[in-house]
Write a protein that binds this ligand. Structure first.
Ligand SMILES: Cc1cc2nc3c(=O)[nH]c(=O)nc-3n(C[C@H](O)[C@H](O)[C@H](O)COP(=O)(O)OP(=O)(O)OC[C@H]3O[C@@H](n4cnc5c(N)ncnc54)[C@H](O)[C@@H]3O)c2cc1C
Ligand code: SF4
Ligand code: SF4
Length: 505
């Protein structure tokens, strides 16, 4: 498949000769890098410690948000390009980093940030306190979960909600299967430092979490985890948080120390951020300098580390962000590796083309359509199975309606000055009043326009004899009424298409 795709590419790049490149980590960054390297003629091999590929998408994002079948299909496409993925292979155990560097022409570290951050609280170490991402991983892989029935999740972001909502599903499912246990005998509380307005979690997560029965407590900072004499978790002591960020939006929590509350619980899950884990660098990565503990020093332009032939990608390169950032970073790392191995410099070339759209028309009333809410499973159905997908997706009719709201900004009215008879009809008909006919001399003094006027009219035109049509791009709703109205056929609706191509620099 890679060969077929490569044959279709029009580029002057000399492809690689199958030089082997190792990716450590089969998350979105490692897979995106491997995908591009395969197309560039190299031989990517991805090493993954987990039994499944796709990183946090497979062992972090819960199945009720991301169906596993979708992931499997995406990974299969990448494998079909000739990418080899070796699951159950931990770099640092099954194969050393030093061996990778010996056997591969380059290595991309794409290990993500998988370790749950700790709070450093008294009582934190010991049974009953777990990292949120560790719980998500266990749930995703069907491993036994040692959680109680009175759970406190500490954190206020999307990961905290993934954790709390996963616990809710696991406990509800477990209860339904165990006749001896009564429903309703569990509690999942999510305690966040931030007020409701400040919470970093998406609004939809907060709303759906509330609907499902997560008890949200805002404005509390943890102080201590209390344990019984035999070491079991008994509760968490919190103190009131008055403010989380300072005027410059820096994290600088202010507490009211005298206002405290102990929330009883038997399990605590920490969801306050993740950090990378790179123990395997001890054998073979001594020349990789660190920017700060745990995070390699990276050249932002090339994603190269200080060690020759070793690059980074994804969360490890830029800190925890979104999947799409990891993919972009994997692609950037692939390009740098290609340049490093083949010695060719490549650049992206943008080709812009215009396609005239004859008789272009929009749907009636498209500009006034309201957003179609995404249908979701009713709350009482959501806990029936841990994998029941909550966001159901649009029906065909809903999808068409929602898509009709798009203004399609890639389409624009294009004016032909040679044909225009200055009748003003387009400005009259424009529903957003974004067109204006003006005498050119009224624009004098505008340096940005002077160059355009000169290139159109030459040397020293008589500005009072000429006019211009000004268009406010921000207000144009691409309705095409101006083009329909024009008596001189001076306006065409055109689709602007940008295509990017890799070329030798
Ligand atoms: C709970 C959760 C929910 C999220 N939800 C979303 C979301 O809804 N939308 C979104 O855009 N982003 C989301 N993200 C963020 C997104 O998942 C990450 O930004 C993305 O997965 C980072 O990709 P990556 O390839 O850098 O790292 P990862 O996805 O973490 O992949 C790294 C891979 O490296 C492997 N690895 C680590 N060490 C070794 C080793 N020594 N040997 C071999 N393999 C190793 C790991 O097992 C892992 O598979 C979420 C993150 C989390 C934690
Ligand atoms: S396309 Fe519609 S909104 Fe845009 S300039 Fe023409 S009439 Fe105005
Ligand atoms: S409607 Fe056509 S001819 Fe009239 S001012 Fe607009 S572009 Fe010119």
């Amino acid at each position: 498949m890679a060969a077929l795709l490569r044959a279709a590419v029009r580029s002057d790049i000399r492809l690689g000769k199958g030089e082997p490149v190792a990716m450590v980590g089969a998350g979105p960054a490692g897979l995106a890098a491997a995908h591009d390297l395969a197309l560039l003629g190299l031989r990517p091999v991805v090493f993954e410690t987990e039994p499944v590929a796709a990183g946090m998408l497979a062992v972090g994002v819960p199945a009720y948000r991301l169906p596993r079948e979708l992931i499997r299909r995406e990974v299969a496409v990448i494998e079909a390009l000739g990418v080899e993925i070796r699951c159950n292979t931990t770099v640092g155990k099954e194969i050393s980093f030093a061996q990778l560097r010996r056997e591969f022409a380059a290595v991309i570290l794409a290990v993500g940030a998988k370790s749950s951050r700790a709070l450093g609280l008294p009582g934190e170490r010991g049974p009953g306190v777990y990292g949120g991402v560790d719980l998500l991983r266990a749930a995703a892989l069907g491993e036994p979960l040692n959680i109680g029935r009175d759970v406190v999740v500490i954190g206020g972001g999307n990961v905290a909600y993934d954790v709390a909502r996963t616990v809710l599903r696991q406990v509800a499912y477990d209860t339904a299967r165990t006749a001896a246990r009564l429903p309703g005998t569990w509690r999942v509380r999510l305690v966040s430092l931030e007020s409701l307005e400040e919470m970093p979690a998406d609004t939809i997560e907060i709303l759906e979490g509330d609907e499902e029965g997560i008890e949200r407590r805002n404005g509390w900072g943890p102080l201590e985890i209390q344990r019984s004499a035999d070491g079991r978790v008994q509760g968490v002591v919190f103190r009131r948080c008055l403010r989380v960020y300072d005027e410059q939006r820096r994290f600088a929590p202010v507490y009211e120390d005298s206002v405290r509350e102990t929330i009883p619980c038997d399990t605590v899950l920490l969801a306050i951020g993740q950090a990378p884990s790179l123990p395997f660098l001890d054998a073979g990565g001594e020349d990789i300098e660190m920017a700060r503990p745990g995070w390699p020093k990276v050249d932002p332009a090339t994603l190269a580390t200080t060690a020759p032939g070793v690059f980074v990608a994804g969360d490890l390169a830029h800190g925890t962000r979104l999947l799409i950032d990891a993919v972009a970073s994997g692609k950037a790392a692939a390009r740098s590796v290609f340049e490093y191995i083949t010695g060719q410099r490549i650049r992206s070339e943008i080709v812009e083309t215009h396609r005239v759209l004859e008789r272009y028309q929009r749907e009636r009333g498209y500009e006034a359509l309201r957003r179609v809410p995404a249908p979701a499973l009713p709350p009482e159905k959501r806990l029936e199975s841990p994998d029941a997908v909550v966001e159901l997706g649009y029906t065909r009719e809903q999808a068409v309606l929602e898509a009709s709201r798009c203004l399609d900004c890639g389409v624009s009215p294009v004016f032909d000055g040679a044909r225009c008879v200055l009748c003003g009809g387009c400005a009259d008909v424009c529903p957003t009043q974004c067109l204006k006919l003006v005498a050119l001399d009224s624009l004098s003094g505008r340096e940005d326009l002077a160059a355009a006027i000169e290139s159109l009219l030459g040397g020293e035109p008589d500005l009072s004899e000429n006019s211009a049509i000004l268009k406010d791009e921000q207000r144009c709703i691409r309705c095409a009424l101006c083009a329909m109205r024009c008596p001189a056929d001076a306006i065409t609706m055109e689709r602007v298409i940008f295509e990017s191509n890799w070329r030798r620099a």
